[in-house]
Design a protein around this ligand. Structure first.
Ligand code: SF4
Length: 157
């Protein structure tokens, strides 16, 4: 067996393992948090995808952000992200986290027009609010991305 072949198989195995054990830390600042909590409940049960909630950034692989991001909360969110160990991933849930949502549309100067302005976001789940099925689709898309090893880095990272 050649070294290259072994390294490729190992990368695929690590990608598979990482995708199937996403420990996530969530920041909930808006009503989309209800939909996220719904995905954790017994009906949708995202734990069956290996997604387990943690409270310590050092234990988290995935940062899940819902709700509007303000000028005041942005440095705190960045601090949480910086405290996570790599490889780490970011999921933006809802119109507010993706683009500022209705707050940006109404010209709220305190609202930041999307999480990608402060962090590299891997997957966006639009909607106001997105249905639990959409959140699960976002998680599955992220898992596929991790398994494929092609991480998209957004502008502003
Ligand atoms: S996207 Fe809509 S539902 Fe979600 S936090 Fe913003 S206003 Fe609330």
């Amino acid at each position: 067996m050649s070294g290259g072949f072994f390294a490729t198989r190992m990368d695929r195995f690590l990608g598979w393992a990482r995708a199937r054990s996403l420990w996530y830390l969530s920041i909930k600042t808006g009503c989309c948090a209800d939909e996220l909590m719904e995905t954790v409940g017994c009906r949708y049960d995202i734990e069956r995808f290996g997604c387990v909630a943690v409270e310590d950034p050092a234990q988290a692989d995935l940062l899940v952000v819902t709700g509007v991001i303000t000028q005041k909360s942005a440095p705190e969110i960045r601090q949480v992200y910086d405290a996570m160990l790599g490889p780490k991933y970011v999921l933006a849930i809802g119109a507010c986290a993706c683009s500022g949502g209705p707050f940006s549309e109404l010209g709220d100067q305190a609202a930041i027009s999307g999480l990608q302005k402060i962090l590299p976001v891997d997957v966006f789940v639009p909607g106001c609010p997105p249905r639990p099925e959409a959140i699960m689709n976002g998680l599955i898309a992220l898992q596929e991305k991790i398994k494929g090893g092609n991480r998209r880095v957004q502008a502003g990272s």
